[in-house]
Design a protein around this ligand. Structure first.
Ligand SMILES: *Cc1c(COP(=O)(O)O)cnc(C)c1O
Length: 485
């Protein structure tokens, strides 16, 4: 058979790999000249990428060239030091290399016996993650692909713990069951709503507990809601508290909420997807809420721990609860068990699982706890610098503070709310269109605010200064235009 473009000897693989690394090196060396976002007019991307299913293979060099030409310029560069939208994250260099190694080994970490060191390493890194997040290391834990699914799984376990094993057999419908209730704050992530839908609670039974003036759940309102529901014959199943809300980075008073849950016998799930690791930063160590009393906890190493996407940790102190819900062993998956083994397929619905532990192991070992802490502290310092700069500027304000490096700011000239909202939305749009930086927004009770999330591993003080200058310049230009007209 003649050689086809896809027939790579290992030496050819190395050659292409070296070329790819050179391309990536150039990308990172010139990253500050790369626009963070796509140009305003991208044309019809689907049309430029549309092609017939290729009948014959093409050279890898062609595929790589097309990627650089047709794909990369039309991405939003989340791994850019001027990306401050949503929650800024980073794939660090050791993490990027770990993804390659993971793919090369292509282990399926479903069972202990399907890759013993993969499962053993998962247990090790989850212990480290628990320690860093301040959660009991002996809890059950598992790596999953995102916080949304982690919350779904935790609430499934909470539901089954509340109803007992019959739910596995008889299901929920057509039975004599009370109305099942969930509680979270009006600031919680939409993944809680999605879990309520998926698990059959229904959105009507997700109680949105009111928050205080700093957007934190009010524990006394939570307790009253649970007690009212108990009096009405409903069954309170779980409370979801948040450490670091998506809108403004608020932290619910978790110890007080844990007290309510303990008094009423309700499962506490803590969503610390964003907030979970900031206690490592020395200046925040004493300010971050203690999560250790939660029945289950989700943290996102892919959000602030410099690990590439799809690395979330779900921890559960109620040992055996995840397995009570998800363990189901088909004959072809049976395996010998002892106290040293763990079959991760039993802790979530996912069977085939990539070897996610490796990227955590590489990144955490490469930086060390102290190295991670120093980088997190640096983000906190940059955010504090920006907050002070905003506060010192007469027409700019931070309408709400977060302990985390998420800065909410707003241009507040003497204009009505509607005009002010429009102006700030235009500032965001113009900044993002410029490609110089990327920010996102939220809407509070008193209007639109600009969100600046600081957390990329390569972001420097000069980057944040440049962002702040750009915001002020756009605002000054926009605000003077209608006046002059
Ligand atoms: C990011 C985030 C989520 C969703 O995380 P995914 O990993 O994208 O599913 C949920 N809750 C909070 C508080 C978050 O910050």
């Amino acid at each position: 058979m003649p050689e086809e473009p896809g027939d790579w000897a290992p030496a050819v693989f190395e050659e292409h790999g070296r070329h790819l690394l050179a391309v990536l090196r150039e990308h990172f060396e010139s990253i500050r000249q790369v626009p963070v976002t796509v140009p305003r007019d991208t044309g019809d991307l689907s049309a430029s990428l549309r092609a017939e299913l290729p009948e014959h293979g093409v050279d890898f060099e062609r595929v790589l060239a097309d990627t650089r030409e047709l794909v990369v310029p039309y991405l939003v560069h989340w791994n850019h030091p001027s990306f401050h939208g949503y929650f800024s994250n980073s794939a660090s260099f050791p993490g990027i290399l770990a993804e390659t190694m993971t793919a090369a080994l292509n282990v399926n970490a479903m069972l202990w016996k399907s890759g013993p060191a993969a499962s053993a390493l998962e247990r090790v890194v989850l212990g480290w993650v628990a320690e860093m997040a301040g959660y009991p290391a002996e809890a059950d834990a598992v790596l999953v692909n995102g916080a949304s699914l982690a919350t779904l799984y935790a609430l499934a376990a909470a539901r089954d713990a509340a109803l007992g094993p019959s739910v596995r057999v008889e299901g929920l419908a057509g039975r004599d069951l009370p109305v099942l209730r969930l509680y979270t704050s009006d600031q919680a992530h939409s993944s809680v709503d999605k879990a309520a839908i998926t698990l059959g609670f229904g959105l009507a039974n997700l109680v949105k507990v009111p928050t205080d003036e700093r957007y934190r759940m009010r524990p006394e309102a939570l307790e009253a809601a649970i007690r009212d529901d108990l009096a009405a014959g409903f069954k309170p199943v779980a409370v979801v508290a948040t450490a670091g809300t998506t809108s403004v980075g608020a932290a619910d008073p978790i110890p007080a909420i844990a007290g309510v849950c303990e008094r009423t016998g309700v499962w506490l799930h803590v969503d610390a997807a964003f907030g979970g690791f900031w206690r490592l930063a020395p200046s925040l160590a004493d300010h971050v809420e203690d999560v250790s009393r939660a029945d289950s906890l989700v943290v996102n190493p892919h959000k602030c721990l410099y690990i590439p996407m799809e690395a979330t940790a779900l921890h559960c102190r109620r040992r055996g609860a995840l397995a009570d819900t998800f363990r189901l062993v088909a004959e072809y998956l049976t395996s010998a068990q002892d106290e040293h083994t763990v079959d991760y397929m039993n802790l979530t619905p996912q069977l085939g699982r990539s070897f996610r532990a490796l990227k955590l192991w590489w990144v955490i070992r490469t930086f060390g706890r102290a190295g991670l802490a120093r980088r997190l502290e640096h983000s906190v310092e940059l955010a504090n610098w920006l907050r002070e700069a905003v506060t010192a500027e007469p027409l700019w304000h931070c309408p709400v503070d977060s302990i985390y490096p998420l800065v909410c700011l707003r241009f507040e000239p003497d204009a009505g709310r509607e005009a002010r909202d429009r102006l700030n939305a235009e500032i965001v749009e113009e900044l993002n269109a410029s490609g110089e930086a990327f920010v996102s927004h939220t809407v509070l009770d008193d209007g639109y605010v600009i969100r600046v999330s600081i957390g990329n591993i390569h972001t420097t003080r000069a980057d944040v200064e440049r962002l702040w200058r750009a915001l002020r310049e756009i605002a000054a230009r926009r605000f003077s235009l209608p006046r002059a007209a």
